[in-house]
Write a protein that binds this ligand. Sequence first.
Ligand code: NAI
Length: 335
Amino acid sequence: MFARRSTQLARGFATSARVPFKAVVLGAAGGIGQPLSLLLKQNPLVTKLALYDVRGAPGVAADISHVNTASEVKGYEKDDIKDALTGADVIIIPAGVPRKPGMTRDDLFNTNASIVQTLAEAAATHAPKALVGIISNPVNSTVPIFAETYKAKGVYDPKRIFGVTTLDVVRASRFLGEIKNADPKDIEVTVVGGHSGVTIIPLLSQTPLGKDVKGEEYKKIVHRIQFGGDEVVQAKAGTGSATLSMGYAGARFANSLLRALNGEKGVVEPTFVESPLFADQGVSHFSSNVELGPEGVAKIHDLGKLSAEEEELLKAALPELQKNIKKGVDFVASK
Ligand code: NAI
């Protein structure tokens, strides 16, 4: 179902044993939440699908529950979050407001920080061991907010909390495929750093089809990967940001977490996690290739060899990341 990193699901891990994974979507009635939930309904590793939103999730759940796959779907709203979360193995969070034209992801901070903190408190209370994928923007700040909230509750395990940057990876593969006239399913681009503008660093030099992209063409594709979200925000003209491609990317990331939970080895995704890579430069969270296991993060890969251009991109990203992370940490400390 998903290009590249997820193709093994169909190959050796379709098992006749009943897999007992419960997936929960928080913000399930939204633009991302609905297609994401629909795709999770098609995932054979999900046996229970809990859809929560402050409003509208029971309707979405009733609709999706008619899709003829084996999983059981339930909708929850308002104060029912405890029942939604109890027993969760994987929680994916696309709750919060999206951008309008002219807005950066950081402009969403004031609204989404509180939403994410509320949801982190609920998850820390009712499902502290679940693997959590955070889609809500600004990811560079909402992941630290989630982490700090778990720390305050005494349940923090850095291996279990992930910022979902998969859409940047999906876009990089698609955009490179376009300029090289190649099928994107054969193109894997590692994207590292964070999830906003200059913090998004595609490592094209490590991809066979990307390593000879130079000059203006290089500048153009890097800019498109970094600011691809703006194309969608502008085209939707005030009605939202990427929802369908994000639903796809979120479902792909959830599938990788589920495959790892199911015991599959070698599942690797770029994702924004607490990371030692640049901790000595005051950057506590960073996205790089992460090998996933049943406990969440199994191994954080380093960046490998970077080109001179990528070193420059990294230099520009680190101070911005540090600022974004601090904003999240300070938000929780101020409460
Ligand atoms: P949307 O407005 O269509 O949906 C958001 C949903 O969250 C709504 O149904 C709303 O009722 C719900 N919600 C609000 N507060 C909640 C709470 N406390 N608990 C549960 N649900 C709550 O927005 P959309 O387009 O689905 O975007 C959601 C978020 O995802 C935004 O922050 C957006 O910026 C972000 N996003 C992230 C991307 C990424 O690559 N990580 C890509 C695209 C969007």
